[in-house]
Write a protein that binds this ligand. Structure first.
Ligand code: 13P
Length: 295
C-alpha cells in the first residue's frame, strides 16, 4: 500500500528508527525494495530523483511503482527526490507520488523559504508529505561520478540549527534534510559526521530529520544518527556500485569457465536484483535500530 511521507516518518518516530529511502532508477531496484519491505515487515521509501529523468522518465517510473506498491502488503512511500522545479513536483503528484523533496538548498535563504512554502501548499492539496533541505551537502545527487569525497571537498555548508527553527516554522515542512558531514556519491576515506549539529537541530525543531548521502556510512554511524533524530536515510550510490561489482564478477567467472560463454542480459539483471535485495535487506534491518517488524 502507498502511504504518505508524513505517515511513514511518523512510523519511524514512534519506533525510534529510520526508514530506508532507496533511489530506484531500474526495475530491479524497484522490485528489490518492495520484496525487502514485504520480507522484513519494515516500511520503505522508493525514490525517483528529478536528476534521474535521463535514466528513467517520470511518466515511465510512476505507473510501475504505483501499481506494484498499491498491490503490495508493505507500507511504501513513493517519494520525489531532489526536485528543483515546482512544475516537476506537480507532475509527480498528479502521477501518484505520496511525498516530495523540494531542494532549494542552492537558493538564497528567503527564496528557499518561499519555494519550499509553495511546495508545502502544493503537497497539502494531494495529501502528500514534504521534505526540504537547509544547508548544503555540496555534491549533488546524480552528479559527476568524481564528486563526493569528503564534505569539505564537496563544499558542504552544515545546517544552521538556529535558522532551521525559522525554516521549519516558515515552510510547514514534514521532514528536514540536514547537512552534517555526509556527501552524495563515493566517499574518500571514512565519512566524518557531526552528530552535535544534528542534536542541536533536533533540540530546537520537533520534526523528523533526513540524512542524504546515506550509502557508504557505517552501520554504527547510522545508529548514532538515528539516536540524534534521523528518521529517513537516503541510499543510492553504494547499492548500485555493489550490484555493478556483482555483475562484473559473475561475467568474469563465466568467462573463466568458458571463454566462449554467452552471458545473457537477464543473467546480469538477475545478479543485480539479488545483490540489491541483499543490500536493501541489510540497511533496512540496520536502520530499524532494534524495532520489531511492523507488519
Ligand atoms: P548516495 O548517492 O550517497 O547514496 O545518497 C543518496 C541520496 O542522498 C539521494 O538523495
Amino acid at each position: 500500500m502507498i502511504i504518505s511521507l508524513r505517515d511513514i516518518c511518523q512510523i519511524a518516530e514512534q519506533n525510534n528508527m529510520a526508514v530506508a529511502a532507496v533511489n530506484a532508477a531500474s526495475l530491479e531496484a524497484i522490485r528489490a525494495a518492495i520484496a525487502v519491505a514485504e520480507q522484513t515487515g519494515y516500511p520503505i521509501i522508493i525514490q525517483h530523483a528529478e536528476v534521474h529523468e535521463s535514466l528513467v522518465p517520470l511518466t515511465t517510473v510512476a505507473p510501475i511503482v504505483t501499481s506494484l506498491a498499491e498491490r503490495s502488503s508493505a507500507q511504501i512511500c513513493f517519494h520525489l527526490d531532489h526536485c528543483e522545479h515546482l512544475s516537476y513536483a506537480r507532475r509527480a503528484l498528479d502521477l501518484g507520488f505520496s511525498g516530495v523533496m523540494f531542494d532549494g538548498s542552492a537558493l538564497p535563504y528567503e527564496k528557499n523559504v518561499e519555494f519550499s512554502k509553495a511546495a508545502a501548499d502544493m503537497c497539502a492539496e494531494y495529501g502528500a508529505g514534504l521534505e526540504c533541505e537547509l544547508g548544503s551537502m555540496g555534491s549533488r545527487e546524480g552528479g559527476d561520478p568524481s564528486e563526493g569525497g569528503t564534505a569539505e571537498e564537496a563544499g558542504a555548508v552544515y545546517t544552521d540549527p538556529e535558522l532551521a527553527e525559522d525554516f521549519v516554522h516558515s515552510t510547514g515542512l514534514d521532514a528536514l534534510a540536514c547537512s552534517f558531514g555526509t556527501v552524495h556519491g563515493l566517499y574518500k576515506g571514512e565519512p566524518k559526521l557531526n552528530f552535535d549539529v544534528l542534536r542541536d537541530i533536533r533540540s530546537r525543531v520537533n520534526v523528523p530529520l533526513v540524512m542524504h548521502g546515506g550509502s557508504g556510512v557505517s552501520d554504527e554511524d547510522n545508529l548514532q544518527a538515528i539516536d540524534a533524530g534521523i528518521r529517513k536515510i537516503n541510499y543510492y550510490t553504494y547499492g548500485v556500485k555493489y550490484a555493478g561489482e556483482a555483475v562484473r564478477k559473475m561475467v568474469a567467472a563465466c568467462e573463466e569457465q568458458n571463454s566462449d560463454a554467452v552471458v545473457y542480459w537477464h543473467d546480469m539483471t538477475t545478479t543485480a536484483y539479488e545483490t540489491l535485495v541483499d543490500t536493501f535487506e541489510h540497511i533496512v534491518r540496520n536502520f530499524a535500530n532494534g524495532a520489531e517488524p511492523l507488519a
